[in-house]
Write a protein that binds this ligand. Sequence first.
Ligand code: HPA
Length: 269
Amino acid sequence: MSLLVKIKETQAFLESKGILQPELGLILGSGLGSLAEEVEQEVVLNYADIPNWGQSTVPGHAGKLVYGSLSGRKVLALQGRFHFYEGNSLELVTFPVRIMKALGCKGIVVTNAAGGIGYGPGTLMLITDHINMTGQNPLIGENLDEFGPRFPDMSNAYTKTYRQKAQAAAEKLGIDLAEGIYLGVTGPSYETPAEILAFKTLGAGAVGMSTVPEVIVAAHSGLKVLGISAITNFAAGFQSELSHEEVVAVTERIKEDFKKLVKTILIEL
Ligand code: HPA
């Protein structure tokens, strides 16, 4: 089945379940999915019940799609995303973004857990831009002209007005919101200290294993993007060892600030 046919099929399925005209899509990363519990939920679907949809296999990713109101906005929230390192195709990894666009979203909020380069655990970092170090691109293959051009511009992938609104919300709440470049890798191995040193030289503020494919697909179709990284650890070389348990534990600590921040930003988006 072609990608376009799959998109139409899944769109029709979700609309038949009452998911109509969401304004904003939320992609909630490792440990950040509990924000979806604050949505005044109208429709909740398990990933397994959605046609053409992937499965979430990582601890800390619930695997549910939630539709409803949050901060007075109609949102489509994903508790758990699909990663390339799980063996998924990038078509599958970015399929939810295609669906958000098809259903009528005008923007997405993408969140992730990331290693800090210059930023320490517990920092919330507004993503200003990204560096794609995955060696992959989700738009390789036939272009979906209905969504966007063959050679999409990436100069303003992380929407400036959204960033300004995010900083205004952070200030209002008294939450420190750092800013930096997110460097995306495939994982699943964490980086070597030498790689982190190289990434630091390149100007990266954080490194992680998601987000870049989704944002490329979002930019292709003209979706506005707000990206926030929860820094869960110092990247390799800046601390002794890395573990997923630590990533989940630190996310647990900064979750409340993260949720407050996103809810306040949503009012303005
Ligand atoms: N590297 C890559 N991905 C991550 C990290 C990291 O240090 N922490 C959380 N996700």
